[in-house]
Design a protein around this ligand. Structure first.
Ligand SMILES: O=C[C@H](O)[C@H](O)[C@H](O)COP(=O)(O)O
Length: 242
């Protein structure tokens, strides 16, 4: 077996702690990304060894494929209807547990699934914890029709809000636009700092052509932060009860 890097040890430790929150009979949302992949592997082993009965919806085709390859059954969100718990990764999280997500282009399904869950738990390594969101680029999912106009509208709105961060289209290695699972494009905003994430999120989503943005405001109930020594710490939104 290949040895895990310190960052992977941290991700796996967070994943292991998150999986301990899963109970028999739960309806679960499965996140996307490298940390979520550790969680899916641990969950699959748990299901196999303990015969846990779960109903799972995935936040991306990649996660559904991974879970199914490990013998788990994945259903659509509409088949399940509502979820008890969603466990996902994040690109950044602030002290209120507002998040930037979508570094793997899965933000739309991730936000729908998190919004349809009683609880959202985020797993991350310590490098993702920040005072102010924005050092990580903010992905915005836009429909392909008129995307350049949408880009201009975003640009104008950022200027009005006194924010820098010109939108850049995410492309694949062959230079073609990257397509999300929904067949949309992603525009990345390099803002450096987002002083008012809720205001920016609402302004972005009010632009025709924008489907959703990667700011997750007030959705995360608990963050489990893994450390390179395998320990974890739990963070809750400021003022929230345990
Ligand atoms: O679209 C991708 C997701 O939002 C991921 O959860 C996020 O990018 C974190 O991924 P990772 O665990 O690979 O850092």
């Amino acid at each position: 077996m290949t040895e895990l890097s310190p960052s992977d040890i941290a991700k796996d430790a967070a994943a292991a702690a998150a999986v301990r929150l899963v109970e028999n009979g739960m309806r679960l949302g499965l996140g996307t990304g490298s940390t979520a992949a550790f969680m899916v592997r641990r969950l699959a082993a748990f299901v196999k060894e303990d015969g846990l009965q779960l109903r799972c919806a995935a936040t991306s085709k990649a996660t559904a494929d991974l879970a199914e390859s490990l013998g788990m059954k994945v259903e659509t969100l509409d088949d399940i209807g509502w979820l008890d718990l969603t466990i996902d990764g994040a690109d950044e999280l602030d002290p209120d547990l507002n998040l930037i997500k979508g570094g793997g282009a899965a933000l739309l399904r991730e936000k729908i699934v998190a919004s349809a869950s009683d609880r959202m738990v985020v797993m991350a390594d310590g490098s993702k914890v920040v005072e102010t969101l924005g050092a990580f680029h903010l992905p915005v999912e836009v429909i392909p029709f008129g995307w350049q106009t949408t880009k201009q509208l975003i640009d104008r709105m950022l200027t009005l809000m006194d924010l820098d961060g010109r939108p850049i289209l995410q492309r694949k290695r062959d230079d073609a636009p990257l397509l999300t699972d929904e067949g949309n494009y992603i525009l990345d905003l390099s803002l450096e700092a987002i002083p008012e994430p809720a205001r920016l999120s609402a302004a972005l989503n009010a632009i025709p052509g924008v489907v959703e943005n990667g700011l997750f405001i007030g959705l995360c109930d608990l963050a489990i932060i893994g450390k390179p020594d395998g320990e974890v710490v739990e963070l809750r939104p400021e003022g929230a009860e345990e």
